[in-house]
Structure formats: structure tokens, C-alpha cells
Design a protein around this ligand. Structure first.
Ligand SMILES: [Ca+2]
Ligand SMILES: [Ca+2]
Ligand SMILES: [Ca+2]
Ligand SMILES: [Ca+2]
Length: 610
């Protein structure tokens, strides 16, 4: 059930769209259940500089143990003083409605931490911004002559909830930042939530109902960690652009965070179309500027909406020097009414090359079908990257865990099989330069456990269980003859393999072979993928004859493999498309669009592996 995989093949344009079943989320009673803080599925490692600050020895405590003591005036005074600020408002959650925006003074700190202890909500009352820091605002005191690039103050907000902030009409620094506006210094958000914040509903480049950030020191990133923006149907943040985050020329590292139900409600985009007031892009995140990086790590972005471009993300690096990196994340059902980048539903991106996407789902669907129902044993995927590193997925889903290890040399042709008959597939390599096969019996780094040579230059390796004895062996397809040579045992000790157990003609010149148990009888047989038409065809017996089944699947340049992705006993095809880093799974050997598509990352080889 493995496929040799190199080469480019199959010309043909079957459109492969994810056609996963749409599962509508019913929000029964959700309006009364606060959304989770952070992405419950996020487990990306958080670097030390992005973690919550130790506030066990605060410089200032707001409140004296009662909710009544925690006032807007106390918050304003505390923030003005700076330092490490905590709250003592009693044991229950408290909401403090601000009657004035709390403002940082730039000559305090330089470390300023506002820690709500998970109990404090700051509300803008629907009429004002909640928190403001601006190194270039003379009223908050200049501390350097170059206010737009200084390393202080360093503001952290943690364990806080920000609700009903509204910066509408507050257009200093270009406006936006309904809950928080930061210009200059450094800024970090940890374990915090942003609900129902707003900024102006129109404006071409105005954004950030929750956060608007400018001029970070030396281009260092804003960290947003384990935080929620929206998170439920009644909690979304709304602005002309960027319901969650917005900035110009600022880098962001967003880890294990959740963005849902945020909206970009402007119309006319940027620059504003004639007759419009502009805006409407980046439902969750709106980033503009030149050189900047957005890293989304372990983050979920779903059910956000933009009237114009990028229902999830609008990312425009004007000089194309910026980078969008998406890893271990899920972006789904973020409709863009106006425009988005083909192949990246919910994203409009102009950057230095295409987005870097690793182990993530980006889809316009609400939900991805569970490929492997619980209780079944399913094949997974073993990818080989250009450096000779293998990536073994623990499930055919995204995100998923994976085991990575180096084996062999870059350029070796990779496959997978169960060489020691213990039920687990492990990698194999065929080195064209010397005709050697290298097999490893564990999915770990190390040298080959088994080495032997066989075949002629130009032969393609194939691995499978061709006699249903529970053990995989390595066979070959000789394209020059269109002949399969089947071998049911492995070589050893650097020796050569003897004569094939059987051979048969199958295929046309140029067709690329793969192996699978297409009828689920336990015997792996041969399939071929035709470059000229995209035709997939196979036989269920190891002999010459007409195909038992055929259909069209894939595009030129795709890698093909087949595996039992759904654990129902039969192997079906999958293609990996290097040009868009996407794995397209089909769950039946019939013509049709992909049942599941997963943006997987950059690889050069792919095999199914139990
Ligand atoms: Ca094994
Ligand atoms: Ca066998
Ligand atoms: Ca079979
Ligand atoms: Ca199957």
C-alpha cells in the first residue's frame, strides 16, 4: 500500500475542491457561555519572551478587596503610574466600565504589566477606547528624539478581558484600536479576551476593533498568546478593516489564539473605490505596510467575514518584502465577499512569495470531515522533505502531531512498508546513483537496518504486500518495458536480489506506477497514473490485462499514493500537489473532487504508511 514517488506526471485538469460535508455549528445557549480564552486546540510552544509576566510582586494594586473599589479612576491612575499592576476586587469576576481611557505615560515603567488575574473585565461602555499607549504623543511625554523606534515602554496586558471598546471618531494616528491602540515601544497580549469592540465602520486603512499597533521597536513582533478575539456569535469585534488585529508595518506572532465572528464592515477597499468610504478587508486581521511578518501558530480563525478582501486575513506588503507564515493552524469558513488569493480561501496576500503553510487547514468549508472514524485503523502519510527529513503524521487531519527524523540522502526516492511484519510501516529509500535499497524498521533517525541492491537505472521502486503474508517487500516497475517485476522477499547484507517471483506488462510509456490494495482482499496490486490525461487506472491482480477500474484525478506535477485513509479496508488515491503544498485525499476509487484537502507544507516525496 505504498507508492514510489518522484517525478512529475499527469496532465489534466480535474478540479480538486474540498467537498467536505458542511456541518453547521448550532450555537444553542452559547450566548450565555463565555467563549474560551485562547484556542482550546492550540499547543504550539510559547517562547519565554511571549509568556505571561510574573506579577507576584506588583508595584501597584488596584482596589482594596471589593468590587466597588475597582473604579475607572483607579485604573486610569494605576496605568498612569506604570510598573506591574494587579487588581484586588474581591473573589468574583468584576467589570470596570471606563469613564476615561487609561493612558500609559512613556516615562514610567519601562516595564508595564496590567494583570487582571482572570477576574477583571475592562469595558469601554460602547463609547470609548479602553487603553492607549503612544510614544509619539507629547501629552504622554516624549522620552527619546525618535519616538517611532524606541524599546520602551514595554506594555503587557495579561489575564484581562476587554469589552465594548469603541474608538469611533478617534482618528489620531489614523484611528482604529477600539479596545487598545499602541504606537511605539513593545506590546504583548497574553491570556486575554476581546469581545464586542468597535472602531469606525468606514475608512480605507483604518482598522483594529480590538488592537491597532504601530511603530514597534526595531520591527520586533507583537506577541499575542492564548487569547481570544470574538470566540462566539455574540462576541465578534467589528471595524472598517481588521475586526481583531490591525497594523501598518508591524510584525505579529500569534500563538494558540482564537479569532471568530469578527467582521470588516467597510466598503470600497483600499484605496477606496470612487464613491465609497473605503475599507472592508481582513475580517479577523488587517495588516498593511512594507517589511513585516505575521506568524500564526497553533491558532484557529473561523467564521470571520470581510465585505471586501480576506475574510480571515488581509496581508499587503506593498514592496513584497513581508512574509505570511501559518503553522499548526486552522482557518476555515472566513468568507471574503470581494476578493481573495486563489488557493487560499479567506486570505488576500501580497508578500514575498506565497504563504508558508505547514500542517494547517485553510478552507472555505465550515468543517473538515473526520477522515478516520474512531475505532478504525487507518493509513497516514509519510512525507519526505528536500533535506532528507521524514515527517510521519499521526493522523490524516490538520492540525496533527508528527514525528520527524532524518533518513538517507536528499534525492533518494522514498517509500514506506512493513519490512519486519510488525504492523507498522517504516521508510525505505531507493538510491538511483548506486541502485541500493535502504530500509529502516523504526520511524526514528538512524542508519538502514537492511541494505541490498536490485534493478536497473531508471527502475522505479514499489513497496507492498504482494502475497498477503503480512510483510511488505520491494518490487520495481521498469518504465522502458512497461513491466512490473514483483518480488516477495527482501534482500540483505548488501547483496543483490534474485529473479523476480513474477512479472507482467501493464501501462503505457510515461505512466507512473503506484501500489495499493484497491479491492481490500489483502493483496497489493498495481496502478498507474498517466501524464497526458490524469488517468488513474489499476488492476486487482498481478498480471497483464485491461484495467479493472479507471478514473481521472490530479494535475500535472502531482505526486500520487494510495492508502486506506478511512480504515474501511480498501486503498484509495491521494495526490500531493507541490505547487500549493496541498494533499488531496479521495475516499473512493471513483471520479470526483477531493473528499478532503489539507495544506501540508513543502515536501518532495509522499507515501501512505500504516
Ligand atoms: Ca514494521
Ligand atoms: Ca508480502
Ligand atoms: Ca487487492
Ligand atoms: Ca479505504
Amino acid at each position: 500500500m505504498i507508492a514510489g514517488m518522484t517525478a512529475t506526471w499527469a496532465r489534466r485538469s480535474v478540479v480538486l475542491a474540498a467537498s467536505a460535508a458542511v456541518a453547521l455549528t448550532v450555537m444553542a445557549g452559547a450566548a450565555y457561555a463565555a467563549p474560551p480564552i485562547g484556542n482550546p486546540d492550540g499547543s504550539y510552544p510559547v517562547p519565554p519572551e511571549a509568556r505571561a509576566v510574573d506579577t507576584s510582586n506588583p508595584d501597584m494594586v488596584i482596589g482594596n478587596g471589593t468590587p466597588q473599589s475597582c473604579t475607572s479612576a483607579a485604573v486610569v491612575a494605576g496605568v498612569a503610574q506604570g510598573g506591574i499592576i494587579t487588581f484586588d476586587c474581591g473573589p468574583s469576576p468584576v467589570t470596570i466600565t471606563m469613564t476615561q481611557t487609561a493612558k500609559v505615560f512613556n516615562d514610567t515603567g519601562p516595564e508595564i504589566v496590567i494583570d487582571g488575574g482572570g477576574l477583571v473585565t475592562l469595558s469601554g461602555g460602547g463609547v470609548r477606547r479602553i487603553l492607549y499607549m503612544n510614544t509619539c504623543d507629547p501629552a504622554q511625554h516624549w522620552t527619546t528624539s525618535h519616538c517611532q523606534n524606541q524599546d520602551h515602554p514595554r506594555l503587557t496586558v495579561q489575564n484581562l478581558t476587554f469589552v465594548n471598546g469603541n474608538s469611533t471618531g478617534q482618528l489620531e494616528e489614523g484611528g482604529g484600536g477600539g479596545a487598545i491602540l499602541v504606537r511605539g515601544g513593545r506590546f504583548r497580549v497574553v491570556n486575554s479576551a476581546f469581545f464586542n469592540n468597535r472602531c469606525d465602520p468606514t475608512g480605507p486603512d483604518l482598522g483594529g476593533a480590538a488592537l491597532r499597533v504601530l511603530s514597534q521597536h526595531n520591527g520586533l513582533p507583537v506577541y499575542v498568546v492564548n487569547s481570544t478575539f470574538g470566540g462566539g456569535a455574540a462576541y465578534g469585534n467589528v471595524c472598517s478593516n481588521g475586526g481583531g488585529l490591525s497594523s501598518i508595518g508591524v510584525s505579529w506572532t500569534v500563538i494558540n489564539s482564537l479569532f471568530t465572528h469578527n467582521q470588516a464592515v467597510g466598503h470600497g477597499a483600499n484605496p477606496a473605490r470612487g464613491g465609497s468610504a473605503g475599507g472592508g478587508s481582513g475580517g479577523a486581521i488587517y495588516l498593511d505596510g512594507n517589511t513585516f511578518i505575521l506568524r500564526l501558530l497553533g491558532t484557529r480563525i473561523e467564521n470571520n467575514h470581510a465585505n471586501e478582501g480576506g475574510g480571515a486575513i488581509f496581508f499587503v506588503s506593498n514592496d513584497r518584502s513581508g512574509t505570511l507564515h501559518i503553522e499548526d493552524s486552522v482557518l476555515r469558513h472566513n468568507p471574503s465577499d470581494g476578493f481573495e488569493t486563489p488557493g487560499y480561501p479567506g486570505i488576500f496576500v501580497l508578500a514575498n512569495g506565497p504563504p508558508v503553510v505547514i500542517n494547517s487547514i485553510i478552507t472555505d468549508q465550515q468543517d473538515i470531515e473526520d477522515v478516520c472514524p474512531s475505532g478504525r485503523v487507518c493509513d497516514r502519510v509519510l512525507f519526505q522533505d528536500a533535506s532528507g527529513r521524514f515527517h510521519r503524521w499521526d493522523a490524516v487531519s490538520a492540525p496533527h502531531g508528527e514525528t520527524s527524523f532524518y533518513f538517507g540522502d536528499p534525492g533518494d526516492v522514498a517509500f514506506a512498508g512493513d519490512w519486519d511484519c510488525d504492523g507498522t510501516d517504516t521508510p525505505g529509500l531507493y538510491r538511483r546513483s548506486d541502485g541500493f535499497v535502504y530500509l529502516r524498521n523504526s520511524n526514528t533517525q538512524g542508519v538502514a537496518d537492511i541494505r541490498f541492491f536490485f534493478g536497473n537505472p531508471g527502475d522505479l521502486p514499489l513497496a507492498g504486500d504482494f502475497d498477503d503474508d503480512g510483510c511488505d517487500s520491494v518490487s520495481i516497475y521498469r518504465p522502458a518495458e512497461q513491466r512490473f517485476y514483483m518480488i516477495n522477499e527482501l534482500g540483505s547484507d548488501d547483496g543483490g536480489l534474485g529473479a523476480a517471483d513474477s512479472s507482467f506488462l501493464f501501462g503505457n510509456p510515461g505512466d507512473k506506477p503506484f501500489i495499493g490494495d484497491f479491492d481490500g482482499d489483502g493483496v497489493d496490486t498495481a496502478g498507474l497514473h498517466r501524464e497526458s490525461t490524469g488517468l488513474v487506472y489499476f488492476r486487482n491482480s498481478l498480471d497483464t490485462g485491461a484495467a479493472h477500474s479507471q478514473f481521472i484525478y490530479g494535475d500535472p506535477g502531482d505526486l500520487i499514493a494510495s492508502g486506506d485513509w478511512d480504515g474501511d479496508g480498501d486503498d484509495t488515491v491521494a495526490v500531493y500537489r507541490p505547487s500549493n503544498q496541498t494533499l488531496y485525499l479521495r475516499l473512493s476509487n471513483t471520479q470526483g473532487p477531493a473528499d478532503v484537502s489539507i495544506i501540508a507544507g513543502h515536501y518532495v516525496g509522499m507515501a501512505a504508511a500504516r
